[in-house]
Ligand binder design. Sequence first.
Ligand code: UDP
Length: 376
Amino acid sequence: MKHDILIIGAGISGSVLAERYAKKGKTVLVLEKRDHIAGNCYDYIDENGILVSKYGAHLFHTNYDEVWNYVNKFSEWYPWEHKVIARVDEHTVPIPVNMTTVNTLFNLNLKNETEMAEWLEANRIDIEDPENGKEAVLNKVGPVLYEKMFRHYTKKQWDKWPEELDASVLNRIPVRTNTDDRYFSDKYQALPKHGYTRIFENLLSHPNITVKLNTDYFDVKDEFSTFEKIFYTGPIDRFFEFKHSLNDQLEYRSINFVSETVDKPYFQENSVVNYPGMEVEFTRIIEYKHFGNQQSDKTTIVREYTTDKGEPYYPVLNKKNQEIYNKYKEEAAKHPNIHFVGRLANYKYFNMDQAFKNALDLFHELEKKKTLKYAE
Ligand code: UDP
């Protein structure tokens, strides 16, 4: 059967575009290399009866009303304000750094925002326009917290020191002068009541959409003739057969998720515990049953070891990679009917809501229906 639209990849970007075009009356073929939909948001009930995410914890947060309205059409959501704690020296402290973090680590008794702001002022190094991750952190919290909480975690996560990464990577995490210990500050913070996979089932359920799993586009592309439009959501360098990567590869970071069943009700006191020090090789431990306060006799924990082998999850943002990416971007511009969309094809460190927004914006831009509301 001939389809109007071809979409490569059934993650956020691909599934949103599939839903939008199907709703508009187009027939859509979605090719997915993996044996499941939902991309890296894929979750499932494991052998302990716990809803776990195959590719790491996913916490939805957004300030975009249009994204929030859109995702609410495909799932019920319950409020969930994510928190992260870190084991530092013999202490357990909140991350992002806040007043409690500083009081605990340095045995202080700062009592209010003014005192915390003064502490930061006395400890931070004033750097105008930080150029890399190290300068970004030194500018915000100074060298002692940099060393304890950011330097080695970053090396473990990226196999690069903070000075080898763009400031934006380390700037993802705020610093707070109060005791707010939420990981995010967004207006909407929630988790889907029936898991993320269900959202993608709903996005892709339109009769105009055909999904083919276990189908790598590059194995089958010669079988197709023409489509009105193609949306590619995989790594951009692969699309162009790595032609600009002869000297230097575009770098991606992957994660090796090591899962373990622990035969007791709880392993740790919070869903995510970071290990920013060098004493262990993993970056963090996720205990999934905390999300939504799930009940079970046993518990599933997952240690995350980042690696440059395996499936690409993160773009590695720095100047060198940006230069390589720009060459692919120029190449992509020569193909007006092929649209490169999402974290891997745009080489952007999108959060989930940004991926939704980017796909919705692209649809509206292409279809010139800017007056229509997203949720229509
Ligand atoms: N980071 C850190 N220490 C921490 C948490 C984060 O140094 O305890 C740095 C690290 O470089 C990390 C970046 O901040 O890659 C962004 O963290 P985030 O939690 O946003 O990463 P993600 O959840 O996307 O893996």
